[in-house]
Design a protein around this ligand. Structure first.
Ligand code: THU
Length: 147
C-alpha cells in the first residue's frame, strides 16, 4: 500500500459524510488527486425523483471542472457503504467501484489528460486499484468522434 493512495482513500471515506442519500441510505465519497497534490472531493446527491441522483465521482469531477482543475486529475478514490450511525459510510469487505455512468464520465477525463487513470476502490481493510481501461475496456470517448 502506498501512502498517497491511502490518503486519497481516506479523503473519499471522509467525503462520504457529506452524502445526501435519504432514499438509498448508501453514502459514497470520491476524492480526486490533482497534479499539484490538491484533493477535490464529492459525495452522492440524491433526489426525490430517484433517477436524477448524482454519484459522488461525477459530482467531484464536475466540481473540479467548474474550478478549472479537471485537466489536473491524476488519480481517483471512491468509498461507500450503508450510512453509519455517525453519518459516514460503513465500508464493506468488498470494494465498491464506479457505476457505469461514472466510468463514462471518468473516461472523458482520462482521455483529456491522456492518463489511464487509476481508481482506488476502498474496502474495509484497504483498497483495490483498477485502471480505467480495466473498468471500461473498449470505451467510447472523445477520440471515437474523430475516427
Ligand atoms: N453511487 C455513487 O455515488 N457512486 C457509484 O459509483 C455508485 C452509486 C450512489 C448513487 C446512489 O445515491 C447510491 O450510491 C446508491 O446507488
Amino acid at each position: 500500500m502506498n501512502e498517497a493512495n491511502e490518503q486519497l482513500v481516506q479523503a473519499a471515506i471522509a467525503a462520504a459524510h457529506n452524502a445526501y442519500a435519504p432514499y438509498s441510505n448508501f453514502h459514497v465519497g470520491a476524492a480526486l488527486l490533482l497534479d499539484n497534490g490538491e484533493v477535490v472531493t464529492g459525495a452522492n446527491f440524491e433526489n426525490a425523483s430517484y433517477g436524477m441522483t448524482l454519484c459522488a465521482e461525477t459530482v467531484a469531477i464536475a466540481k473540479a471542472n467548474s474550478d478549472g482543475q479537471m485537466r489536473r486529475i491524476v488519480a481517483i478514490a471512491v468509498a461507500g457503504g450503508p450510512r453509519s450511525a455517525e453519518g459516514g459510510a460503513v465500508i464493506g469487505a468488498d470494494p465498491i467501484s464506479p457505476c457505469g455512468r461514472c466510468r463514462q464520465v471518468i473516461k472523458e477525463v482520462a482521455d483529456e489528460v491522456a492518463i489511464d487513470l487509476p481508481v482506488h476502490c476502498a474496502h474495509a481493510s484497504g483498497y483495490e486499484t483498477y485502471l480505467l481501461s480495466e473498468l471500461l475496456p473498449h470505451g467510447f470517448g472523445p477520440a471515437s468522434l474523430k475516427s
